[in-house]
Structures are given as C-alpha cells and as structure tokens.
Design a protein around this ligand. Structure first.
Ligand code: PEP
Length: 246
C-alpha cells in the first residue's frame, strides 16, 4: 500500500510571524501517519529549514530554473534549493503555466533538473474548465504528462504527479471524488505504460481540498494524498487534512 503524502503550497503568502505560527501549529500536531511537506516562497526556505530540521516534516519550493546556473536574472536553481535541504519542488503549477507561459517541455526540463540534484519534482497537470467542457480533459493531462515522461525517461518513476484541475484551484469548486479518481486512473495507466514502478508512484490531487472533503478524495484508489493551497495557510485546516490522509 502506498503511503499518503500531503503537501502545502503556500503560494505567495507568508511573513516571518505568520510562518512561525503556522509551522508551530503543524509541528505541534505531530506525529502524522502520512508524509507531510510544505512548499514555501524562496525567501522563507532558510527559516523553514531551520524550524523543521529536527522533525520528520519535509519542505520544498514552488518552482525552479531548468538551468544549473548562469545569467538568468531572478531565477533560482535546483542546486540552490538542494543547499537549503529541499526535498520537493513543484513544477508546472497551472499558475506558472498560465501567468508565465510555461510550456510542457519547459516543465519537463525543470523536472529533469530537479531529479538530477536529488530533489523530487511534484509535476502538476490539469485541464481548464473550457478544456473539460470540450471533452479534452484526458488528452490535455496525457499531453502534459507525456512531455515529462519522455524527458525523464528511466527516472520517470521518481517524480510525484499532482492532478490539479485548473477550474478547482482556489475556486471552492472541488472535483468530485469520482471525477478526480477517473483522471488519476488515466494518469496511472499512462505511467504503467512507461515504467514498471507506476504502482508505487505517488499521485496527488489538488484543487480546493478542505478538511471536509479530504477523506473521500484520499479514499479513492489512485489518489495518494493532496497538494493543498488555501487550506495549507491555516494550521488547524492543514493538520485536519493530514489526519484525513492517515
Ligand atoms: C494549489 O494552488 O496547488 C491548490 C490546490 O490551491 P487550492 O487548494 O487553494 O485550490
């Protein structure tokens, strides 16, 4: 049986004070019967690493450069993230794809750069509302995942995949457990065709996960935990979602 993973995506939220309170609330609720991580804004990696160093909680970033180093003003490389002890980096979040024009191949290149330095990429895929209504959900997520599978080749089994329907992110409109499971099954089947380790891989669901809907989502056969946005900013909600994954 796969161990569940719950990851908080803080997005561009936080302050020294708010982060300290949030992390205190999460660490104070240990132990968890699932793996738990927080992906924080770059400036807060240092303090997060210090705060969580003596715990079994993990941390990571929300994006990375596909390059190792060089003249890329404003970017942050995976070797830098690794120096801060990052276990994970989110790549291909729909907000990066939509607001920064990130292509499937760029997302795949970022995932490859992460794995090359031992940082696990959490690769986000998901369809917009228009794509769902046009019956393109399966084609879109398969296309997005396919680019990563081909680029990672024999390392593909080392990524975490997060299915995040764009229409469910931050909107309060959660996919039904059946809708989410149907897409997760498609992704698992695609991964099975690519790697013998597909059944050991972690597939997260993200999109308006809250304490009251987490348990039914996490009970689905191919949903191995969640990528949590808004509810990750309130310790009691995030902890409740982690409990639902135990
Ligand atoms: C996200 O941004 O990854 C996310 C899932 O956000 P929310 O939980 O707020 O929908």
């Amino acid at each position: 049986m796969r161990r569940k993973l719950v990851v908080g995506n803080w997005k561009m939220h936080g302050s020294h004070k708010a982060n300290a309170e949030l992390l205190a609330g999460i660490t104070g609720a240990r132990p968890f019967g699932c793996d738990v991580a927080v992906c924080v804004p770059f400036p807060y990696l240092s303090e997060t690493a210090v705060t969580l160093a003596s715990t079994d909680l993990r941390w990571g970033a929300q994006d990375c450069s596909a390059h190792e180093q060089g003249a890329y003003t404003g970017e942050v490389s995976v070797p830098m993230l690794a120096e801060f002890g990052c276990r994970y980096v989110i790549v291909g979040h729909s907000e990066r794809r939509a607001y920064h024009g990130e292509s499937d191949q760029l997302v795949a290149d970022k995932a490859k750069a992460a794995l090359a330095r031992g940082v696990t990429p959490i690769v986000c895929v998901g369809e917009t509302l228009a794509e769902r209504e046009a019956g393109q959900t399966e084609a879109v997520v398969k296309r997005q995942l396919s680019a990563v599978i081909h680029t990672l080749a024999h390392c593909a089994s080392e990524m975490v995949v997060a299915y995040e329907p764009v229409w469910a992110i931050g909107t309060g409109k959660v996919a039904t457990p059946e809708q989410a499971q149907a897409v997760h099954a498609v992704l698992r089947a695609q991964l099975r065709a690519a790697t013998p380790q597909a059944d050991q891989m972690t597939l997260l669901y993200g999109g308006s996960v809250k304490p009251d809907n987490a348990a039914t989502l996490f009970a689905q056969a191919d949903i191995d935990g969640g990528l949590i946005g808004g509810a990750a900013l309130k310790a009691s909600d995030f902890v409740a979602i982690c409990r639902a994954a135990e």
